[in-house]
Design a protein around this ligand. Sequence first.
Ligand SMILES: Nc1ncnc2c1ncn2[C@@H]1O[C@H](COP(=O)(O)OP(=O)(O)OP(=O)(O)O)[C@@H](O)[C@H]1O
Length: 268
Amino acid sequence: MSTDTNTATEEVDASVDTERTYGPDDGILVTQGLTKRFGGLTAVDDFSFAVERQEILGFIGPNGAGKSTTFNCITGTFPPTDGTVWYEGEEVTGEPAYEMVKRGLARTFQSFRPLHDRTVVDNVALALVPDRLFSLSGLRGGTRERAADLCERVGLGDRLHQTPDELPHAGLLRLELARALATDPDLLLVDEPFAGLAGGEVESISTLLRELREEGLTLVVVDHNMRGLLSLIDRAVVIRFGSKLAEGTPEEITNNPEVQRAYLGGEM
Ligand SMILES: Nc1ncnc2c1ncn2[C@@H]1O[C@H](COP(=O)(O)OP(=O)(O)OP(=O)(O)O)[C@@H](O)[C@H]1O
């Protein structure tokens, strides 16, 4: 993927309805005028979008476009400088991460963070309990059963008693997904699931994500693998310089001249 090149702002604005004002009922997750400044740098700039219930939304943008910062403002890593976030129709702007998890918003991280001295099933079981001070021996049987079910669900049923270090990269991603699912989310933000995966693995992870959607989950997926992402998603929102560049179906996005220009030399 290429880094940013300069494109006239007028052209960029012409590709999206910048006048649209979003409200709490426009989707399961909605932002209006989301802005995040780090000192003099505006990383997210008056960014509005909505995620529809049970869709798979791709969140696309070149390096440094503001994708992670948008995620971080929504999931409570840090508060936005300005703007509003609604989740399930309620305003949640600036709510801390643990409150967002309680509301049903989960995320996976590109850099996996399993507990290396625990087994796969223990890692998932610990994500099920709200307070990590509980000892594993104190977990009820039902909890461990639920953890094993989740491992099974993501394709780790035959690796319950291995440690994370014994898993291949795709297995670690599955574990990360199971740990996120352990919080019983309605909406899952998935950060770069295809990074480091071979073609066949991209397809099997895509199949898993589609199945999770069929089971009722809403998914927002960020990835630099355009081919993998566009064949997975229903719709995409494209961000550039912290602002919305375009949104639409994979076909609309692929054929959008501004998007093509933003990804000059990239894989569209
Ligand atoms: N904590 C921070 N402090 C200062 N600047 C930051 C911080 N986090 C992000 N930025 C800056 O904000 C801008 C947007 O970064 P962000 O990480 O959101 O982009 P991104 O679209 O996720 O990029 P990538 O695809 O490379 O992960 C960048 O210029 C980045 O350097």
